[in-house]
Design a protein around this ligand. Structure first.
Ligand code: 6PG
Length: 253
């Protein structure tokens, strides 16, 4: 279990299978503790392919408090939920359908909406209705899961994109030049309000970005700026992703 006021934790594991096991164990510990403390567990799932392995392990654990768990998404492609690109579809196939998550406990981003801005606004309203925070405050997820691309993007906060500067809205439609498409994404203020942010990163293609995030003195890629203001930050990475780190030995908890 991660200590909520500790410094960022870097955990390096040998391989991808160990990564998924560690990630599933951490997810489970936070879920159990959140339900024990507050009667519910709120988690924003991440997209892409890395979460598949962790989700598969979690899907086998019927002992988790799934009925008290509320599932959200850190970002979504601008595509319908049936699309192969959809982060919701990946989560539904690998986890939500397997644990028979209650439909009323799953809050997907409605990116079937042609206008991505409308989809983003609608999701922000969904979050506001659920979290009911005071004006000017941000929602505090128990856990936000994040991945990282080879360019150091996280969620759909891509290098050079407009959403990097957003400090007020919770959810925005972000134009991603390299894909020539919008994505819908949580913004830094929401990510950095989480009780725990856990990055799960695998593979040599992420090694340069991980070094830039964790060891560069100056500016770095978008993932560098995810730093919970009052919560824990865990970087769970495999040795392949950690291959360019110079200080790995010192950091490795
Ligand atoms: C997405 C994710 C994105 C992802 C990284 C890593 O919608 O793709 O939210 O931020 O986590 O691109 O993706 P992989 O796990 O597929 O390497």
């Amino acid at each position: 279990m991660v200590n909520s006021n500790a410094a960022p934790q870097l955990r390096i594991v040998t391989n991808q299978q160990e990564l998924f096991r560690e990630a599933a164990n951490e997810f489970a510990a936070i879920a159990r503790q959140s339900v024990a403390d507050r009667g519910k567990f709120t988690v924003a799932l991440s997209g892409g392919s890395t979460p598949r392995g962790m989700n598969a392990l979690l899907a086998q654990d019927a002992s988790l408090p799934w009925d008290r768990s509320y599932f959200f998404f850190g970002d979504e492609r601008h595509a319908p939920p049936t699309d192969a690109e959809s982060n919701y579809r990946m989560a539904a196939e690998t986890l939500l359908s397997k644990i028979h998550a209650r439909p009323e406990n799953v809050f997907r981003i409605h990116t079937e909406e042609q206008n991505a801005e409308i989809a983003a606004d609608s999701y922000e309203q969904t979050l506001r209705a659920f979290f009911r925070v005071q004006p000017g405050q941000f929602p505090r997820f128990d856990l936000i899961l994040l991945g990282m691309g080879p360019d150091g993007h996280t969620a759909s906060l891509f290098p050079g994109s407009k959403a990097l500067a957003e400090r007020n809205r919770w959810v925005v439609a972000n134009w991603v030049e390299k894909f020539q498409t919008h994505r819908v994404t949580l913004t830094y203020p929401v990510l950095n309000q989480a009780a725990c942010v856990m990055f799960v990163v695998s593979g040599q293609d992420k090694a340069d970005a991980l070094r830039d995030v964790l060891e560069s003195q100056g500016d770095g890629p978008p993932a560098k700026y995810v730093r919970p203001v009052n919560g824990s930050l865990v970087w769970l990475v495999d040795q392949a992703a950690a291959g360019q780190l110079k200080n790995a030995g010192k950091n490795n908890a």
